[in-house]
Design a protein around this ligand. Structure first.
Ligand code: C5P
Length: 236
């Protein structure tokens, strides 16, 4: 799995994806989320893999253990490099997800890496307390989820940059800290609440960053990607 910034392909069709990717000369680590996957289906993953890209299939599964396990068995066959579930689905669900991936991976191949979503980066502490009735700080909730994810044998978490360091301390460096909510300056949060710049992300303990609109909506996407890649690699 590459360590380059993961580019979120939040587009509505494969056609828009190919148009976006065409000026790039190198292969990327891309993220296919539910918007694209629900329109294009498995073929988009096969095609991106065929083009040489690493694929994070960000479907954030959250259902009863048997359903998630069976779904993961199917997803393992697509060839995605990284998949995810909501940690809120519980430990049994996460174990079923990992076992489903193992069952769906053909002999001799490595199963896709799997990570748990802790709290969405669009969730504020106030919202978590009022809507989820979790009466603690967001940091405590996220670290608690990270430990649960690790105890289920998963490979890491999706979290905010602001929590990455605490997760690194609690779960170790091998445990992935994949962080969305990346902005070139703090002023452009869009709907994200817990945001950081790429260089802060590295300093604050992210192992991988996910960047969407800062690249996909830039006037020159290749240039925006190159700038972020440079800063990300410089801080390594
Ligand atoms: O455009 P932006 O950089 O905000 O895109 C972030 C991407 O990361 C989106 O595809 C979003 O669905 C995803 N994501 C997130 N927060 C999470 C998990 C995934 O923003 N906790």
């Amino acid at each position: 799995m590459k360590n380059s910034p993961i580019v979120a392909l939040d587009f509505a069709s494969a056609e828009e994806v190919y148009q976006f990717l065409s000026p790039f000369e190198q292969t990327l680590f891309v993220k296919v989320g539910m918007e694209l996957y629900l329109q294009e289906g498995p073929s988009i993953v096969y095609k991106l893999k065929g083009m040489g890209h690493d694929v994070f299939l960000d479907l954030k599964l959250h259902d009863i253990p048997n359903t998630v396990g069976q779904a993961m068995k199917g997803l393992a066959r697509l060839g995605a490099d990284l998949v995810n579930v909501h940690a809120a689905g519980g430990k049994a669900m996460m174990i079923a997800a990992r076992e489903g991936l193992e069952a769906g991976t053909t002999a001799g191949n490595k199963r896709p890496a799997i990570i748990g979503v802790t709290q969405l980066t669009s969730t504020s502490e106030k919202q978590m307390q009022e809507e989820q009735l979790i009466q603690t700080s967001i940091d405590v909730s996220v670290v608690h989820y990270a430990k649960l994810v690790k105890s289920a044998g998963l490979d890491g978490v999706v979290c905010s940059v602001l929590e990455a360091n605490k997760i690194l301390d609690a779960c170790g460096n091998e445990f992935l800290r994949v962080t969305p909510g990346i902005r070139l300056s703090e002023g452009e949060a869009h709907d994200q609440i817990r945001v950081a710049t790429p260089s802060n992300a590295r300093i604050l303990g992210s192992s991988h960053i996910v960047v969407g609109r800062a690249i996909t909506r830039a006037d020159n996407a290749v240039q925006a990607y190159e700038n972020i890649l440079k800063v990300w690699e410089e801080q390594a």
